[in-house]
Design a protein around this ligand. Structure first.
Ligand code: APR
Length: 224
């Protein structure tokens, strides 16, 4: 199962590619690259500090909670990979979440490679609790960097019974290619999204808001 920004939209977090998906006039590609960080670290740190500050102001919605219910029943048979860097899946009750694009609630020290739970800002260059160096960056995967856990994700995808994609526009790779990977392994595929995604080779599409579609679909699965 793959989730994207659409599952958190109804919690109040802006998606990336909708009309309101800009941050002070910046496209995500302009702030989410190593080159952008080298050129203007303060701008990039501020961008992620703002997103981290927004987390306590939002709550998981019915879609996050429904996937947690599904995990309660399926356990390890549910492999949940999210492109989201928010913590709403976890706060909705999911315990096995693979954050392929990293997470806002950890900071990564590029000097000692340690990852530290983080809730404050990084703009003021706080020291790493591990090595004391002021070399913390957001623990997020930028364009041009390798997403986390790709081996585990490919193992889970290939030959899975069902691949479900929720709230993602299907334009950012490698996640946009997961449906093809699942199809190649003979899996059934389902898309739950407000609109048909760019990578629309799914067996089945259901269109609507995640907070309605996901609980309804989970109820169907749990009813057998
Ligand atoms: N319910 C379901 N789907 C929704 C909802 C909703 N309430 N609101 C919006 N959507 C859909 C949109 O129609 C769109 O298809 O969610 C999708 C969001 O797409 P994007 O904004 O492109 O987000 P995502 O696909 O997660 O982006 C992928 O791009 O910038 C990078 O690293 C960033 O992880 C991100 C990646």
């Amino acid at each position: 199962m793959l989730t994207g920004a659409g599952i958190s939209a109804e919690s109040g977090l802006a998606t990336f590619r909708d009309a309101d998906g800009l941050w002070e006039g910046h496209h995500p590609e302009d702030v989410a690259t190593p080159e952008a960080f080298d050129a203007d670290p303060a701008l990039v740190q501020r961008f992620y500090d703002e997103r981290r500050r927004a987390l306590p102001r939002v709550q998981p919605n019915a879609a996050h909670r429904a996937l947690a219910r599904l995990e309660e029943t399926l356990g390890d048979d549910l492999f949940l990979v999210t492109q989201n860097i928010d913590d709403l899946h976890e706060r909705g009750g999911s315990t096995r979440v693979h954050h392929m694009h990293g997470s806002l609630v950890t900071a990564w020290c590029v000097a000692c490679d340690r990852r530290t739970p983080w809730s404050g800002d990084l703009l003021d260059q706080p020291p790493c609790p591990g090595c004391g160096t002021s070399a913390l960056r957001p623990d997020v995967v930028w364009f041009g960097e390798m997403p986390y856990g790709m081996d585990d994700i490919h193992r889970a995808l290939f030959g899975c019974e069902l691949f479900v994609s929720i709230g993602t526009s299907g334009v950012v790779y490698p996640a946009a290619g997961f449906v093809d990977y699942a199809l190649a392994g003979g899996s059934r595929t389902l898309e739950l999204n407000l609109e048909r995604a760019a990578n629309s080779d799914f067996h089945e599409h259901r269109q609507g808001p995640a907070s309605e579609l996901v609980p309804r679909w989970v109820d169907e699965v749990l009813a057998g």
